[in-house]
Design a protein around this ligand. Structure first.
Ligand code: NAP
Length: 513
């Protein structure tokens, strides 16, 4: 069986003992093992700070951008191999695997271009100089410089490639070395990806660990950062670590979210906007077997359209073939682990106490041994008690969503959506500009991203679940309060913003190469 090693202090090393076993979630066969037992994490962190950091800081933004371009190129060269690994260890269909691998590549390539655009500079300007004295000569300006620590990148199981890609792109371009800590259950893709790119980067600029590495966050100090993606519960645990509190270790939390889709009352069934809504919602339920932090969980529909929407979604969803991703025709695979399977089943049961099943109940996967695989039924529920807390609180991390009858009043609708407690995104489908602007006012305070679907963009819309490197990713409240990506905004987390006062000409020269 494949043995996955850790990259620490510039060496590929193996821990003691058997460690954790990774499985194929479609067949339950073991596919790899990894152990970090006995590895010297403290030395690995120190090495990254001492060797990787200075090497990156010595480079200009354009030179760091070239490193990212090379990472994207190597992923591209091994794309088929990575896709196959994601299918084997993640239960991804080919198309779901591409979503992850191509997402990593595209994000690295985007930041490579941003690096090229910044040229020979090593210090990033934050805004223009500000005149401080009576004469223009005395000025102040804000600049970003790389933090002098290591960036610990903790990722969730659902995007082993993209998770590394989006965080590493920002950290490395900002000038910080990274230590990747993938979720153990699906770590095969992450380990291979790091193996592929490691020697394209300066020594110490990237590392990766295996299992049993939950002690890592407790070893960090001022100058280090933790970029965490995962559940709110784990995020909450990290926030109260004594070193995080005392040394103000910078912590970014990207957690869970009950994302919503809203169909405007103005939208006619069969119109372009309506079809966009149906296509987006059905894709968001099915894609990656619903294991996306951005998947739609709550669907708000005007009363007059509820039956029609249920019928159209049921038609799309019931045509989805479930089974082994390697079997021809399969469009949805299993969830990633036995634990996720249990959680999804329990979640459906809890939601069903306040909702009726429109689609679901059965799941007959093809291409797998009888009774094997962590499969769950695709499930569309209709709320019977719109205000039931569990329907707005419980993130069922699988192909599961609930419809609600929208309140006719827009403010009430926004208040109901806001009961999700803060989310990554909300999509609204309407051609009514007044409604769209009321929804933006009402929903933006509760979300990191809003997607406005309308007839004008129906032909070229990008699904709401696709995170774009140009735009912010993250959300308030239970979504963690973090902000990632958003073009150059994404570098701020890995940088120290410092106000510098002095001679205006000197301040101008600082941010030039
Ligand atoms: P999780 O159980 O919180 O684990 C996330 C990561 O944290 C894993 O790498 C895990 O490692 C690690 N971890 C767990 N406990 C830790 C500790 N005490 N100290 C250090 N690391 C620790 O979440 P998950 O089940 O992998 O992911 C699913 C959740 O992630 C969902 O709720 C989903 O909404 C959320 N998510 C959010 C986003 C976003 O961008 N907002 C994206 C994807 C997923 P091990 O695997 O080794 O335990």
């Amino acid at each position: 069986m494949q043995r996955m090693r850790s990259l620490l202090s510039g060496d590929w090393v193996d821990g003691h003992g058997r460690g954790a076993t990774l499985f194929n979630p479609a067949t339950e066969e073991p596919v790899a093992e990894t152990s970090s037992a006995g590895l010297d994490f403290a030395a690995g962190i120190a090495f990254a700070r001492r060797v990787g950091g200075p090497a990156l800081r010595a480079l200009t933004f354009a030179e760091r951008g070239k490193l990212l371009a090379e990472m994207a190129k190597r992923i591209h060269q091994h794309r088929d191999e990575l896709i196959e690994l994601a299918m084997t260890n993640g239960g991804n269909t080919r198309s779901d695997a591409k979503f992850d691998i191509d997402g990593a590549m595209a994000t690295l390539a985007h930041y490579a271009e941003l690096g090229a655009g910044l040229g020979d500079a090593r210090i990033l300007a934050d805004g223009e100089p500000i005149q401080l004295g009576r004469a223009p000569r005395l000025a102040g300006r804000h600049v970003f410089v790389p933090r002098r620590g290591v960036a610990l990148l903790i990722n969730a199981f659902n995007f082993p490639a993209w998770g590394i890609g989006e965080k590493a792109a920002c950290a490395l371009l900002a000038g910080m070395p990274v230590l990747c800590k993938p979720a153990t259950s699906t770590a095969a893709v992450a380990h291979r990806l790091v193996e592929l790119v490691a020697d394209a980067l300066p020594l110490g600029a990237i590392g990766i660990t295996g299992d049993l590495d939950h002690e890592l966050p407790g070893m960090l100090t001022m100058g280090d950062v933790i970029a965490f993606t995962g559940s709110s519960n784990t995020g909450a645990r990290l926030r109260v670590l004594p070193n995080v509190v005392r040394a103000a270790v910078r912590l970014g939390v990207e957690a869970d979210s009950l994302n919503s889709a809203i169909l405007g009352a103005d939208v006619e069934p069969g119109s372009d906007t309506y079809e966009l809504f149906i296509a987006d919602v059905s894709r968001e339920i099915r894609q990656k077997t619903g294991q996306k932090c951005t998947a739609v969980r709550r669907i708000f529909v005007p009363e007059a359209l509820v039956e029609r929407v249920h019928g159209d979604l049921a038609e799309r969803l019931s045509g989805v073939v479930v089974g082994n991703p390697f079997t021809e025709g399969v469009k949805m695979g299993p969830v990633a682990t036995a634990q996720q399977q249990r959680a999804v089943r329990e979640g459906i049961a809890r939601l069903s106490e306040h909702a009726k099943v429109v689609v679901g109940g059965v799941c007959n996967p093809i291409g797998v041994p009888e009774g094997k695989g962590y499969f769950v039924p695709m499930t569309l529920l209709a709320a019977t008690d719109t205000g039931a807390a569990v329907l707005h609180d419980l993130e069922v991390f699988g192909p599961v969503a609930t419809t609600f009858v929208s309140p006719a009043d827009t403010e009430e609708l926004c208040a109901l959506v806001a009961r999700g407690g803060g989310g990554l995104l909300c999509s609204a489908y309407t051609d009514d500009r007044k409604l769209a602007s009321e929804l933006v006012m009402g929903l933006a305070p509760h979300h990191g991203r809003l997607v406005l679907g309308s007839q004008k963009i129906a032909g070229q819309a990008i699904g709401p679940g696709t995170v774009m490197p140009q735009l912010l990713h993250g959300g308030p409240g239970r979504a963690g309060g973090g902000e990632e990506l958003g073009g150059l905004r994404g570098l701020a987390f890995y940088s120290q913003r410092t106000a510098v006062q002095g001679d205006r000409a000197l301040l101008d020269a600082l941010v030039l190469g």
